[in-house]
Write a protein that binds this ligand. Sequence first.
Ligand SMILES: Cc1cc2nc3c(=O)[nH]c(=O)nc-3n(C[C@H](O)[C@H](O)[C@H](O)COP(=O)(O)OP(=O)(O)OC[C@H]3O[C@@H](n4cnc5c(N)ncnc54)[C@H](O)[C@@H]3O)c2cc1C
Length: 468
Amino acid sequence: MDYDVIIIGGGVTGTASAWYLARYDLRVLLLEKGSDFCEGTSKANSGIVHAGYDPLPHTLKAQLNVRGNALIRELHDMLGLDFVQNGAMVVAFNEKEVKELEHLRAQGIYNGVTGQEILTRDEVLRREPNLSHDIAAALYLPTSGIICPFSLNYAFAENAMTNGMRPVFGAEATAIERIGGGYRVESSKGTFTARAVINAAGVYADRVNDMVAERHFTITARRGEYMLLDKTERGFISSTIFQMPTEAGKGVLVTSTAHGNILIGPDSKDIEDKENTSTDAEGLDYVMRLARKSAPGVNTRKVITSFAGLRAHPDGNDFIIEMPVPGFVNAAGIESPGLTASPAIGEMVGTMVAEYLGARRKERYIEERKAIVKASQLPLDERKRLIAKDPLYGRIVCRCEEISEGEIVEAIRRGATTLDGVKRRVRAGMGRCQAGFCTPRVMEILSRELGIPMEEIRKNDEGSEVLV
Ligand SMILES: Cc1cc2nc3c(=O)[nH]c(=O)nc-3n(C[C@H](O)[C@H](O)[C@H](O)COP(=O)(O)OP(=O)(O)OC[C@H]3O[C@@H](n4cnc5c(N)ncnc54)[C@H](O)[C@@H]3O)c2cc1C
């Protein structure tokens, strides 16, 4: 066998599984059809580290949400995550909803959520003066947080790579055959064999399951649209504000992001096309209307971009984590709270696979992953020392986010090969001008560092070249 484990999918589920497996003496290969990690749902979501009040008790969602929340709070220094424990509120607008808050609180206690409190209207407005005066009460969730989803995905991936995991990009798994002692996986980048396979293919996990298992399940793409506001709005809201959850999800939220923007959304719409991440006027209008219900003064003239993500909604409504055939593990139907749950999913899937393979712990396992230094956030004397050591950290390329050439070069050293790869690792192009100013300069740096002509620099996947 070429490998012990092949993971299909480089989103947060696949990379968290690789991160957990990295502590075992196993040869791990990750196949990702996109050009980088974090190309699917993991790149477009609310970025909330949910407390765990809303998944139904006894579900995998409930168990892994609460465990994942605790793990992210525990791991954030060691893995260099962009995470802030800002707390959340579920707001109620009438007596019926106030009663439902009690139910959510009881469910939270049952799921193992700690520190929950019901706040009166006055307490809510004292903490968040920009919320609606129509709010009657709120459930406060102090363990809730906000995370940069990219930072979580890359932290898992980089730590796994430091410990030996090999990723292959542009490698779509197209067929899987059971062979003596394992599996043969055909991909657009060649054929690979392994003793075990993990299906972490997001909205395509039903198709990958069908390549191996007899029991079928369906994953429906459920689109959620968002609007992101400029950092000029920083401080408008400091915690995450949810409305009452419905069948379709946790509803429209208003939140600060881990980097100080304000985010509003998502709506919820089942769609046929598993690649359709477009936004439309109807969806964005709905998001604006509901966001204003919680926070009437939210300034939608300050929107710098809109985007959509696709929830991988399974027919059974719970995560599907199972080994339907020996050595083949599904980590499927990982919709919300999948980002929060990811380290716990990695732990569960990794343990399942390691036990199946009878794997031994590695003698030399590196636990830590250091984030790329954010030069503009260093105290002045430290920043001066860094620039004296490497003048590239003194050359600002992205003016909106104040990202230096040194950070961009480091992102490329860690594996970025495209404009999106740089943007998601260090935020060059994430600011108010949405890459209008820094794109040509980032392209020149990519061209120089990768030793390829400017015409070959892409935004992301093949066919997205910027110059002709
Ligand atoms: C609107 C929205 C809001 C959300 N908000 C939150 C939130 O606030 N908090 C939270 O905890 N969770 C949230 N989630 C859920 C969270 O984003 C997901 O659970 C998580 O990102 C799923 O990660 P994944 O790795 O399973 O899937 P993906 O990130 O989609 O990764 C799957 C990967 O597999 C690759 N792939 C697919 N098929 C193949 C193949 N055949 N061969 C090779 N590669 C393949 C894809 O290219 C993709 O990169 C939200 C989701 C959405 C859509």
